[in-house]
Design a protein. Structure first.
Length: 429
């Protein structure tokens, strides 16, 4: 199946039928273990001379279809499914950076990722240097000999300013540094690999799952980044790994293909830290992915209508949506988001934080939850919830002001969405 269209890949990539029963739906292989054909087969699997199933903590047939499907959606060569998007963000950095190393990250991040990078990775000896992506060269200025990766979000939550993927990826290529892009908020809208990104991260929990039933994450390897171009820049992949028989990953995987990054993540980090996705959740994500292209179209159309509606309200002082950007940032919207601008909208009320809280409490259709990307409409006050562990200065860097309200606009009829917003705004005033 050679189609590159997301609508088709989401239904067909990685699976046709079960070879034993000819079932069309992907079975849930709810098992921990897999019997080996022989002692030789077992030894070959552990030595990576053969690829196959060993233990569900490392891989599972249901999860394998999910991994093939998300890799196909993004045009990558391989993927690793994980227990959460947070695990994916952590593994993406830890796979390259060791104690004493650093990564350079965009300031425009989800609050949980900021906290992970600024505190938890710091405790592990990995420094994160935050830079404003409005100036792509800031990544170059923050780079030194111990920089192992750049990190960003395609459509940052909550700032909603598209990241200059191509510009920063080109800077990274000069140094032998890969750009890792979290594409959670823009599936089927942006393919970061097409713009030079090396690795993609997802919270499957959000739009790809789409129904608020399961927690999961994924890392996708483009297969296009040359990890050996400057071997000293990427020692994790170019020097012997004592945790796996002294394997030099760029060499060990050559018979398999350009998958050194993703194989290392699976056979060391996933093996040792155990953030495995359950087969049942993998099945649910496969169900969600089948309709993601259609849902994202509707999310984008409804969110744009909401942004225009809010822009005409006298009690709304600011609307945060890609359609409101000007200058160079508007050019990035045209370059990276021609298929749609996503389902997120932010705004600030004239009454500040107190009015924002009154608005949230008055909603009837919208759910007050911490998630984004569900088929249903959602709302939250980030400063007191999702970004509350950050200092006020850090919140402002990520785009969260005290009165900021974030909407994840669902796929309900737009008239019903606008009616709920109208009555809640009137009540907040």
């Amino acid at each position: 199946m050679s189609s590159k269209h997301p609508e088709t890949q989401a239904l067909h990539a990685g699976w046709r039928r079960d070879p034993a029963t000819h079932a069309v739906a992907v079975p849930i292989y709810q098992t921990t273990s897999f019997q080996f054909d022989s002692t030789e087969n077992a030894a070959n699997l552990f030595a990576l001379k053969e690829l196959g199933n060993i233990y569900t903590r490392i891989g599972n047939p249901t999860t394998d279809v999910l991994e093939q499907r998300v890799a196909a959606l993004e045009g990558g060569v391989a993927a690793l499914a994980l227990a959460s998007g947070q695990a994916a963000s952590a593994f993406a950095a830890q796979n390259l950076a060791r104690a004493g190393d650093n990564i350079v990250s965009s300031t425009d991040l989800y609050g949980g990722t900021w906290n992970l990078f600024a505190n938890t990775l710091k405790d592990q000896g990995i420094e994160t240097r935050f830079v404003d992506p409005a100036d792509p060269e800031a990544f170059a200025r923050a780079t030194d000999d111990r920089t192992r990766a750049y990190y960003a979000e395609t459509l940052p939550n909550p700032k909603l300013r598209p990241f200059p993927i191509e510009e920063v990826a080109a800077i990274g290529k000069r140094f032998g540094i890969p750009l890792i892009v979290d594409n959670t908020a823009a599936p089927t809208l942006v393919r970061p690999f097409d713009h030079g990104a090396a690795i993609i991260v997802y919270s499957l929990t959000k739009y790809l799952g789409g129904h608020g039933t399961s927690i999961g994450g994924a890392i996708i390897d483009s297969g296009a980044f040359d990890w050996e171009a400057i071997p000293s820049r990427q020692p994790a992949l170019n020097t012997p790994d004592p945790s796996y028989h002294g394997a030099v990953w760029t060499q060990a995987v050559k018979p398999i293909g350009p998958v050194a990054y993703i194989i290392k993540a699976r056979t060391t980090l996933l093996r040792d830290l155990g953030a495995a996705l359950s087969p049942f959740n993998a099945f649910l994500f496969l169900q969600g992915i089948e309709t993601v292209a259609l849902r994202v179209e509707r999310h984008s159309a409804n969110a744009l209508a909401v942004a225009k509606f809010l822009g005409n309200r006298h009690d709304v002082t600011k609307v945060i949506h890609p359609s409101t950007l000007k200058g160079l940032e508007a050019e990035w919207v045209g370059k990276y988001l021609p298929r749609g601008q996503g389902g997120l909208v932010g705004f600030e009320l004239a009454g500040g934080a107190d009015a924002g809280k009154r608005f949230i409490d008055a909603l009837k259709l919208f759910y007050h939850v911490a998630n984004i990307g569900d088929a249903r409409s959602l709302a939250i006050h980030p400063a007191s919830t999702t970004h509350s562990q950050l200092t006020e200065a850090e919140q402002l860097q990520t785009g969260v002001s005290p009165g900021y309200v974030r909407l994840s606009v669902g796929i309900e009829h737009i008239d019903d969405i606008l009616a709920d917003l109208t009555q809640a705004l009137d009540a907040a005033g």
